[in-house]
Write a protein that binds this ligand. Structure first.
Ligand SMILES: Cc1cc2nc3c(=O)[nH]c(=O)nc-3n(C[C@H](O)[C@H](O)[C@H](O)COP(=O)(O)O)c2cc1C
Length: 408
């Protein structure tokens, strides 16, 4: 083999020193290429109690684990030589256009994950042209979120609260602030049991104990933000004087029935979606009651453990009620390919909870922008590789399950 000494003209084109990025947040986020990467950053930067509250699920966490596995265990079936130079990743959901087929799921206590909280989520969602759903248990109020993103699309989530007067007041505020759709969460007759929270001695707001103080040492930014920003509280219920635990006790109502849902429907003039549906018969009943949509969801595995996998319910539910209402889906979505699989299987829309919160914990608003950009890139790439140029072209033929628990 002949050798020669490299000449500078040969070396020059190979040298690619990057301009150093002095903004630590930007540097961190640029190194995240998947939602799992964002999760790893989030874990390093967030106190254990808050991280586990977000990352954890109920009991043995099987509902969440299985929901994620169900997405991993699919096989995509691409078609070749389709013109995918132009791509449309949007369509109409609940009466108006979304630019991507996913939105941000309602999550409680979001300023606990990062002090920029719901405003970061709503801002990033608006910039991407997707809806942001605000939880009843939000730490930024209905009005503040609306005012922070005037051009954004906002949905409001309500629990089946026995306190009709208070529910009514919240609905009125959401309607006045321009929220166009209501998600009524029905899978919380009682709070799920999350062992990680118990083991961590987790409370809201977090308590300063020897363990939390030790855990805080490598995470100074989170604590600095937490201690120098507005007190953590359920912001739309500021008149509430009790503790968070007492609030949960009244809010999660084991006595709620379809009659209460019918009452809520009477009070709300916008679109109404029932979140947390887990079987075919309930889906049918809700379609007959004239709901606009349902979300197949087991609350991200945070309620009943070993619950049905929403993605597995999807084909039968779409066949049964897909003509009558919109079928949405959440739980376990960690990639844009999961979103594409759900849309191909018949979902009209999907929502992401943790995927958004990992981004938020990794880097506030810019972290949520990054999470959405990662999911968007994955959606676009998966669609093109499947040979489809629009969501309408996706169909059940594009996805099969490698393994499925039977019977359906
Ligand atoms: C930290 C956290 C808080 C949540 N709080 C609420 C809530 O207040 N109301 C609600 O309807 N769902 C809540 N959820 C459930 C989400 O709306 C959504 O169903 C779930 O996160 C979807 O699963 P995923 O996290 O795997 O995407 C919460 C989820 C998480 C992770």
């Amino acid at each position: 083999m002949e050798r020669h000494f490299p000449r500078p003209v040969e070396l020059a084109p190979l040298i690619r020193f990057k301009r150093p990025e002095f903004d630590a947040r930007k540097r961190r986020l640029a190194a995240a290429h998947t939602i799992a990467d964002l999760r790893a950053i989030a874990k390093r930067r967030t106190p254990k109690g808050a991280f586990d509250y977000t990352d954890g699920a109920a009991e043995e966490e099987l509902s969440l684990q299985r929901a994620r596995e169900a997405f991993q265990e699919i096989e995509f079936h691409p078609a070749i030589l389709r013109d995918v130079s132009r791509l449309d990743t949007g369509w109409d959901v609940l009466g108006s256009r979304v630019e991507l087929p996913f939105g941000i799921a309602p999550t409680g206590y979001t300023r606990l994950m990062h002090s920029e909280g719901e405003v970061a989520g709503a801002g990033a969602a608006a910039a991407a042209g997707i809806p942001f759903a605000l939880s009843t248990m939000s730490t930024t109020s209905i009005e503040e979120v609306a005012a922070s993103t005037p051009g954004g699309r906002h949905w409001f989530q309500l629990y089946m609260w026995k306190d009709r007067e208070r529910s009514m007041a919240l609905l009125e505020r959401a309607a006045t602030a321009g929220y166009d759709s209501l998600l009524v969460t029905v899978d919380v007759p009682v709070s799920g049991f999350r062992p990680r929270d118990k083991r961590n001695g987790f409370t809201i707001p977090p308590a300063l104990t020897a363990a939390t103080i030790l855990n805080a040492i490598p995470r100074p930014e989170w604590w600095f933000n937490f201690l120098t920003t507005r007190r953590l509280e359920v912001a739309s219920l500021t008149a509430w004087n009790g503790t968070a635990a007492e609030l949960h006790e009244t809010m999660f109502d084991p006595g709620a029935t379809f009659e209460d849902l019918a009452w809520i429907k009477e009070q709300w003039r916008g679109k109404l979606v029932v979140k947390g549906v887990q079987n075919l018969a309930d889906a049918r009943t809700l379609a007959d009651l004239g709901m606009d949509g349902i979300t197949l969801s087991n609350h991200g595995g945070r309620q009943l453990d070993r619950a049905p996998i929403p993605f597995h319910l999807l084909p039968d539910v779409v066949r049964e009620v897909g003509e009558d209402l919109e079928v949405h889906l959440d739980t376990g979505i960690m990639s844009g390919a999961d979103v594409v699989a759900a849309i191909a299987t018949g979902a009209k829309f999907t929502m992401v909870g943790r995927a958004y919160l990992y981004g938020l914990m990794a880097g506030g608003r810019e972290g949520v922008d990054r999470a959405i950009a990662i999911l968007k890139g994955e959606i676009e790439r998966t669609m093109r590789l499947l040979g489809v140029a629009s969501l309408e072209e996706l169909n059940p033929g594009h996805v099969t399950q490698l393994r499925r628990i039977s019977p359906r």
